[in-house]
Design a protein around this ligand. Sequence first.
Ligand SMILES: Cc1cc2nc3c(=O)[nH]c(=O)nc-3n(C[C@H](O)[C@H](O)[C@H](O)COP(=O)(O)O)c2cc1C
Length: 344
Amino acid sequence: MCSLWLIAFFMNLYKTICRPLFFKLDAERAHEVVMESLKIASTFPWLLRPLSDLICGRRPSAPCRVAGIDFPHPIGLAAGMDKNGVALAAWEALGFGFIEVGTITAHAQPGNPKPRLFRFPEQEALINRLGFNNEGAAAVARRLTLLKEKGCWPRIPVGINIGKSRVTPAAEAAQDYLASYRQLRELGDYYVINVSSPNTPGLRDLQAKEALSTIVKTLRDAEITQPLFVKVAPDLAEEDLIAIVQLAEEEKLAGLIATNTTLDHQSIPSALDQTGGLSGAPLRARSLQALKVIRTHTQLPIIASGGITDAATASERLSAGASLLQVYTAFVYQGPAILRKLLS
Ligand SMILES: Cc1cc2nc3c(=O)[nH]c(=O)nc-3n(C[C@H](O)[C@H](O)[C@H](O)COP(=O)(O)O)c2cc1C
C-alpha cells in the first residue's frame, strides 16, 4: 500500500513540479538541463538502480526477443534524446527496455542555428530542426568504450543510430556511414541507418533504393555482425516504402524503424509553425499507416516510433505488427510515468 502511494507520488512529481519548471525554460535549454542531470546521475550506477527500485517498485517485465536480441520489455527510448550516449545508466534506471543512442555522424557537428526546438503543448507535439548536433563518432565511441571497460554498461540493449555528416556530399554518403560504423563497431547491440531526418539537406534522398542499397552494401562489406535497421520517414509514398521493404528483404536487414518525424504540419496553427520535423500526437496516424504498409509486405521486425502516447496507441502498434516501440515526445510531456502507462 505504502509502496503504491510512493509510486503514485513520484510519478506525479514530473507533471506537477518538474514539467512546469522545465516548460518555463526554452525547449532546448530544458533538454540540456535534463541531460546534464541524468549524466550526473549516470556516474553513480550502483546507487541509481536500487534507488529507482525503491521509488518505482518492481521494474516492468514483458521479455521479448527481436532480431536475436533479448529485451526486458518492448518500450525503448527513441533516437535523438541521448545523442552522445551520456546517460545510459539513467535510462535503464528509469525503466526503459532499450535505448537508441544518436544520431551520431562521422564528423562532430554543431547542428543548425538556435532556436531549433519548439513545444506545442496543445497538440502534445514538438518541432525540431536540430540537424544532428553531436560530438562525432570518435568521441562517442571513446565514451561508450570507457563505460564498457569500467563495467558500467547498462543491462538493457543499446542501439546505435548513425547519420550522414552535413559536410559530406551525398555521393560519399556510404563512406561516411562506414566511417561512423568503424568507430562504433564493438559497441551497439544493433545499428540504425538513419536516412529519414528532415533536417540535413538531401538526407531523405538517401532513402531511394539505389542510394540506400550502396550504404547497406558498404556496411555489409565491412562485415557488420550486429542486426542492422533502417529508419524511414512517414512522408514517403507507398511505393517508395515498398521499395525499401524489398531492399531490406534482399539485403537481409534485421528490420525497419517506422517512423521518423513528419514534414506535414497541418495540425499546427500556421502563425506558430516552424521549419523542421514534427513529432508527438499529430504524427500518430502517419506512423501507423507506414507501419501497416510495411507489415503488409514483410515479416521482418518493425520498431514503431511516432505519436505513441498511451496504452491504447501502444497496443494499436503492437496489433498492427510492431515488435518493439520507441518514445520521445511523450517522455517530454509525461515524464518517466509514460513507461508504466504504456506497459499497463
Ligand atoms: C528533438 C528531437 C530530436 C530527434 N533527433 C533524432 C535523431 O537524432 N535521430 C533520429 O533518428 N530521430 C530523431 N528524432 C526522432 C525520434 O527518434 C522519433 O522517431 C520521433 O520523434 C517520433 O517519435 P515521438 O512521436 O515519440 O517523438 C528526434 C525527435 C525529436 C523530437
